[in-house]
Structure formats: structure tokens, C-alpha cells
Write a protein that binds this ligand. Sequence first.
Ligand SMILES: [Zn+2]
Ligand SMILES: [Zn+2]
Length: 338
Amino acid sequence: MKAIVFREGSQWAVEDVPTPEPGPGEVRLQILRTGVCGTDEHLLHGGFIATLPLIPGHEMLGRVDAIGDGVDSRLLGSTVAVDNTIHCGECEPCLSGRHLFCENFVSLGCNAPGGFAEYTVVRAAKTFVVDDLDPVASTFAEPTACAMHGADVLALRPASDVLIFGAGPTGLILAQLLKASGAARVVVAAPTASKLELAESLGVDVTVQVDRTDPTGAEAELRALAPRGFDAVVEATGSISVLESAVRLTATGGTVLVYGLAAEDARAAISPYEIFSRELTLKGSFAQAFTMRRAIDVLRSGAVRTDGIITDTVGFDDFGRALANLHDSSQIKTVFVP
Ligand SMILES: [Zn+2]
Ligand SMILES: [Zn+2]
């Protein structure tokens, strides 16, 4: 079969690789669509938890075309979204019920083969049938599950005033999810006007355009919207200056959620005194964990909408554009279709 393969030295190519066969408890998926994510670029450069060479692609939607021993044959032919995580169940964190921190954590598409390929093999128990759901919405099952975990970590108080930095796929999904989770107001701040318009059409209350050359102007505008700060501020860009701004814009007693993926060696200047004296809480959220079912339910309900978020579709021949799109501010989400 054909697959995209990331190799050492930030190299990638379309390669012919053996078509995988499902083992006991596994199913083989014929990939229908796999979302391209900013994480993929970090992986290309050996960042995050990359194990190279790698077939990337962690936001998979596929049709079950073969099953291994012990798998219910009714799954054959179903369209499924995939929880791409595997926890060993035997390490100390797993045995303490903290599977997300599994010491042998496997994330298909990050440190094991994923979905930028014609076929992939996943555990049957980690598939979620979405035959009834629109394929566009289904493509967002995994990123919505990640956002759901972020919402769980944030644990908003009802009627909170929330600011989200970033209007990428994650920011747009989190904004809707937090609105549906009882936020009184959700403000989204980002540089690109078209993304902010989309945010408004998806139900975001207020949007603020950030001028990349003068971010302090946006901070003043946000300060004017919430003079005492926001109860919760979500950093969904991975930018250091944005995180620093997020801390300043968080209300006393409030929470900052670090959701964006920054470089591993990046450092931010944050005042310990401010965290101490204003009793700020800093939280992180890095992956989805046991949230796929709820993610699919919230997509099915329409409380989280995805129309307008996919801005480009690529295949094997033009996969390079998927990576280029990650740097094109007019693009939001690219989907790979083999
Ligand atoms: Zn992702
Ligand atoms: Zn484990």
C-alpha cells in the first residue's frame, strides 16, 4: 500500500509499504479521511513523542475492511472514528487509574503507524461507529475528543467568562464546547479576520483581532472587555508571548489552560509573584483520554459544529500542500484523503 512516511532530518516521502494485517482484537481500516494537525509538523521535525520513521496521521476515519481473531464480525464494513491511544495497563500510572500518563503510551500516528496511508490497523475496542454521522463532522471526532479532555481539565464553573487565544480548529471547537459547558461568555482572540468571522458564525460571543505586529493593542482591547480579567483563559496557539499575555488577562483566582503545543525547549516569562498573590491556577491538556464517546455525541447533537472549518483536501500527490497549509493563515483545517 501507499503511505506517507516521515524520516529523520525532517524528510518525508510517499512510500510503498506492506499492507498491515489485523492481529487478535484488531481491525484493519481502509482510510477514508485523516485530519492534518499542527502536531504532525512537530512530529516531522522529531518533536512531541515522534518515533521515526513514522506513518503519521492521528485523526483517522476509516471503513473496517478486515478483522482479527475475536472481533465482532458486525464491525466489518462500518465507518469508524478511532481513539488512537493505547495504554499498557501495567505501569504504575495505569495501575493507579491515570492511564493518560501511561509510561508506555502509544499514540497511533505519533509513535506508531497512523492514518496518512491507504490502510492502518487499530484496536477494535478503540473504534467508534459513526455510520450515522456526517463524514465532515466525523473527521473531527479525535480533535473534539482532545478538546473535550481540555474542557474536563479546565472544569469551568458555570457562567464563567472565558477567553480563548487561537481560532484554529482547536480554538473553534473548544469555544463551542465551553459555551455548551455553561460559559456565560466566550471571547476568541486571533489574527485572521476570516477565522474570527467563522468563530462568530459558530456561536462565539465576541471576537477580537490580534495584530501580530502589535499584540499589546489586542491585550488592551481584551482588558477593556474584562477589566478584572477572565475567569479562564485558554492558550490554544503554542505562542510564548500569547501565554504570557494569557496570564496577565486571567482574573484573580482564575485559571490558565495551556492547550497549544509549543516547542519543547520554549520558555515563557511568568511572574511567580502574580501566581502567588493572585492565586492563579495553571493547567495543561495534551491529549484525549476516554472522551471519544462524548466527543461524537456532542458532534452528533450539533452543539459543536464543524461546517466551514475544513479549507483544503489533499491526497498522496499533493501532501506537501498539507504541511504548507499549516503556515498559511487563510487555511484552517486540511484533510488527507488517500
Ligand atoms: Zn491533532
Ligand atoms: Zn501504562
